[in-house]
Design a binder for this molecule. Structure first.
Ligand code: NAD
Ligand code: IPM
Ligand code: MN
Length: 363
């Protein structure tokens, strides 16, 4: 929370593409209603940075985009990507540069099964699935080092380097351990040191050295392939998972899936030092297959907004949104098609605005 009476937060909203535009509009309504109830305000600035902008101007964001964003308290992003622009162009033109410029080296991706939501895993309830993926978000497999050679010839090849630094591994693993101390006191680090001979043994070694400082937290490492299976077969055995950029990315969609779908998986790209703004967005993308139909589930974006409020210091209001979402799911009155219903994105938003108000009076 800000010091003194100033509880007004400047938020840069980048709705982006596809369903990103639809879910951010709805989430904003829920966040504004929550802010009013909580006695603070969100000062929104909407930036039209997107694939549409790229097709018009040749760039996803202006040259001084990062500088513009640096003046905000937080960034609220919808999703980036449209079939008319190659994904590596759109994502490396907007989302990934923001994560890096602002050293948002933690990508926090909580995944819990809400009461009232049916997991695709048979016989699993909310008590079985409650985990957080702590994804390294600034280095690893996502790197610009490499290239394409002998283009267009039979000898064509591509090289893609991974970059793992001691500082990068140490700080993400430490973050995971600190988080585990506030939860189930257990960390599993995803590795693949049986097949990847340089970076992954280094990852294991640095992770172990951090783990040694946390005698009160259970630590194990698991190969990513076996861990993926375990997430399906024994999700109750998982509390905090720490993984490299790519492993964390893949595991977070899997974790979302066992909680019922991508429509309610939130995330935060966090700069723990608060030197730079952090950015909050759903785990899912722009979903071109359903975009424009008004049927996307906005809950992931709403929960990302709750994570943003918590990061800004408005924890009680974040809790209020979490409670509203819990009621939305347990009531089962308003449901988007991904949950077997026939309601639209807006209807879920309106219901959440109503429930946020009820959560207030019940509090
Ligand atoms: P996606 O997450 O957009 O969609 C995967 C599947 O999940 C689709 O069937 C989609 O309809 C469904 N889905 C996703 N969100 C939903 C919601 N809120 N409600 C209901 N159903 C939902 O992944 P994709 O298809 O691999 O990617 C589409 C585009 O988005 C690509 O351009 C990709 O690069 C981009 N992308 C962007 C981000 C981001 O901006 N953070 C994240 C992932 C993918
Ligand atoms: C995510 C997305 C992005 C990532 C893509 C779109 C670059 O999948 O945020 O999970 O891999 O980081
Ligand atoms: Mn992803």
């Amino acid at each position: 929370m800000k010091a003194g009476e100033d509880r007004s937060y400047r938020i840069a909203s980048i709705p982006g593409d596809g369903i990103g535009v639809e879910v951010t509009a709805v989430a904003r309504k829920v966040l504004d209603a929550t802010a009013t109830l909580g006695g603070f305000s969100l000062e929104w600035t909407t930036l039209d940075w997107s694939c549409a902008r790229y097709l018009e101007t040749g760039s996803m964001m202006p040259d001084d985009g990062i500088q513009t964003l640096s003046g905000f308290d937080s960034i609220f992003l919808g999703a980036v990507g449209h079939p008319s622009v190659p994904d590596h162009v759109s994502l490396w033109g907007l989302l990934i540069p923001i994560r890096r410029a602002f050293q948002q080296y933690v990508n926090l991706r909580p995944a819990r099964l809400f009461a009232g939501v049916t997991s695709p895993l048979r016989d699993r309830g909310p008590e079985d699935i409650d985990m957080v993926i702590v994804r390294e978000n600034s280095e690893g497999e996502y790197s610009q080092i490499g290239g394409r050679h002998n283009v267009g010839t039979p000898a064509e090849f591509a090289v893609q380097e991974s970059v793992f630094t001691r500082q990068g591994i140490e700080r993400i693993v430490r973050f995971a351990f600190d988080l585990a101390r506030t939860r189930g006191r257990s960390v599993v680090a995803a590795t693949k040191s049986n097949g990847i001979v340089h970076t992954m043994p280094f990852w294991d070694e640095v992770a172990q050295s951090v783990a040694d400082e946390y005698a009160d937290v259970r630590y194990e490492r698991a190969h990513i392939d076996a861990l993926a299976a375990r997430m399906v077969l024994a999700p109750h055995s998982i509390d905090v998972v720490v993984g490299s950029n790519l492993f964390g990315d893949i595991l977070s969609d899997l974790a979302a899936a066992i909680c019922g779908g991508l429509g309610f998986a939130p995330s935060g790209n966090v700069n723990p030092s608060s030197e730079f703004p952090s950015m909050f967005e759903s785990v899912h993308g722009s979903a071109p297959d359903i975009a424009g139909r008004g049927i996307a589930n906005p809950v992931a974006q709403v929960l990302s907004g709750a994570m943003m409020l918590r990061h800004l210091g408005e924890g009680a209001s974040a809790d209020r949104i979490d409670r509203a979402v819990e009621t939305l799911f347990s009531d089962a009155k308003v449901r988007t098609p991904d949950r077997g219903g026939a309601d639209g994105t807006d209807a879920v938003g309106d219901e959440l605005v109503r429930l946020v108000g009820l959560a207030d009076s019940a509090a």
